[in-house]
Design a protein around this ligand. Structure first.
Ligand code: UDP
Length: 367
């Protein structure tokens, strides 16, 4: 009854790239997803002409020309540059931390003046080998920025103390001594014209897909349909939680359609203060320079994860990493199952990294 070469569980970027490449190699695939749509977390819902990023803001960026060329096969990209603004105690600050931010904080006008303040604060703190996010931030950028723009945002985002979080999370944020509000350092950046669904549709063109299918409800029958399985869901769930549950951070999105053409003047505004329950407001039209008379905004509320909620961010602390290692070891014994993507690899991946990792897996599989 093995009708397909591959059963691909999860129609997000990893599964879709794998399916696309497998098809090119002449293999047959069935892609299933438990959601009512394809695309995983990059899925966009069109609301009166505005592409709403249904599972949080997705801004494509990469330094890798091959990955940039890869996504450009399926859609043209616009020249959107992510330049979020953060609100802290009633004042606005540019992100990432750059000369505009330093001017807003201290009134300094030159890189030398900014460096002097930051170096002094780093020296005063005096930690040389940071072991957690708080120590990392204080030893990288000093106390003022940490307290104004990082601490409260981070603690509400992750629901735990910054001193209990891994340092690497904050390494995502650049620090610059130029007046440059581009959030990313990467060479290539943009939003696909027409939304992310265009990329998913291109990847899955000509491939059999089924939505509203829960793999775990019918695991045996579904697995028997194909010679191999590509699993992109939660790895702990695949192995029946035998080494314990991995933890995640969840999000809740509150969408509102407003009768104004421009609500906040930017796609992303972050809210640092702990007494504001959401971390950011996204105004979707600005990702595509929309000219509509109305707008759609989304408030993003971080939430405690339970197994009934969407798992957005892996909590990569030591305890979870140790559990994950056991799952990973076990996964090596399943030579008919390929595990990949953010949930199966338990990794805080960006889109370009997922594509990179899927292409890598494809290379190994078809070499
Ligand atoms: N961060 C912060 N203040 C901000 C934005 C981000 O302290 O205004 C920190 C926070 O710890 C967050 C991390 O930087 O978890 C990465 O944030 P980013 O927005 O880049 O990641 P995303 O949540 O979009 O994956």
């Amino acid at each position: 009854m093995q009708k397909y070469d591959y059963l691909i569980v999860g129609a997000g970027l990893f599964g879709s790239v794998f399916a696309h490449e497998a098809k090119k190699k002449g293999r047959s695939c069935l892609v299933i997803d438990k959601r009512p749509h394809l695309g995983g977390n990059v899925y966009c819902e069109n609301v009166d002409g505005i592409n709403v990023h249904k599972y949080g803001a997705h801004i494509f960026h990469t330094n890798d020309k091959a990955i940039w060329d890869y996504v450009n096969q399926f859609a043209e990209f616009n020249n959107y540059i992510n330049s979020p603004v953060s609100i802290s105690k009633g004042k606005l600050y540019n992100l990432p931390f750059n000369m505009n931010t330093f001017y807003q904080l201290w009134g300094v006008k030159t890189p030398a003046e900014a460096r002097e303040i930051i170096s002094k604060q780093i020296e005063e703190y005096g930690v040389k080998n940071p072991k957690n996010l708080e120590e990392q931030a204080l030893s990288l950028i000093g106390r003022d920025i940490y307290e104004t723009l990082i601490k409260e945002y981070t603690e509400k985002q992750w629901g735990r103390k910054a001193s209990e979080l891994p340092a690497f999370i904050i390494k995502r944020l650049p620090v610059r001594y130029t007046f440059d509000n581009n959030y990313f350092n990467d060479k290539y950046q943009g939003i696909p014209v027409g939304g992310y669904n265009k990329i998913i549709d291109g990847l899955l063109n000509g491939i059999e897909t089924r939505t509203n299918v829960d793999f775990f409800k019918d695991k045996q029958t579904l697995e028997s349909l194909a010679k191999k399985v590509v699993f992109t869901g939660k790895i702990d769930e695949y192995f029946n939680y035998e080494f314990g549950k991995l933890e995640y951070r969840s999000l809740r999105f509150e969408n509102e359609q407003l009768n104004t053409d421009n609500f906040q003047g930017n796609a992303v505004i972050n809210y640092n203060d702990s007494d504001v329950p959401y971390t950011r407001i996204i105004e979707h039209k600005h990702f595509e320079f929309g000219k509509q008379k109305h707008t759609v905004v989304t408030k993003e509320y971080p939430e405690q994860w339970t197994s009934k909620k969407e798992a957005y961010y892996p909590i990569n602390n030591e305890e979870n990493q140790n559990k994950f290692k056991q799952y990973k070891e076990k996964s090596k014994t399943r030579n008919k199952v390929i595990f990949g993507g953010r949930l199966a690899e338990y990794k805080y991946y960006d889109m370009h990294q997922i594509i990179g990792s899927a292409l890598q897996k494809v290379k190994t599989e078809f070499s």
